[in-house]
Design a protein. Structure first.
Length: 115
């Protein structure tokens, strides 16, 4: 079955960095664009970043552009997001999602940025 397992979250001070990972199984990873979303308390889930199947094209929400970098390793069936210069408003649960099986979500990983 489809599984997405996010990891790498934690507590960090403003200006710090984290690298999130999402390991997947149960579908053709290399055939799917991958996305990161996040959901802050009391808010709707929002788009963060996306990467094409071959990793050659990426797009970001304006709020993270220049600070976050999405990448993928098709051999490891894993997608990453490097988050630099973190801000308190980046505090959220972060989820990865696959375009070809978009109804599936992992458990997410909590990122907390203290001021």
């Amino acid at each position: 079955q489809v599984q997405l397992v996010e990891s790498g979250g934690g507590l960090v001070q403003a200006g710090g960095s984290l690298r999130l990972s999402c390991a997947v199984s149960g579908f053709a990873f290399s055939a799917s664009a991958m996305r990161w979303f996040r959901q802050a308390p009391g808010k709707e889930r929002e788009f963060v970043a996306t990467i094409s199947r071959d990793g050659g094209t990426t797009n970001y929400a304006d709020s993270v552009k220049g600070r976050f970098t999405i990448s993928r390793d098709n051999a490891k069936r894993t997608v990453y997001v490097q988050m630099n210069n973190l801000k308190p408003e980046d505090t959220a649960v972060y989820y990865c999602n696959a375009a070809i099986v978009s109804q599936y979500w992992g458990q997410g990983t909590q990122v907390t940025v203290s001021s």
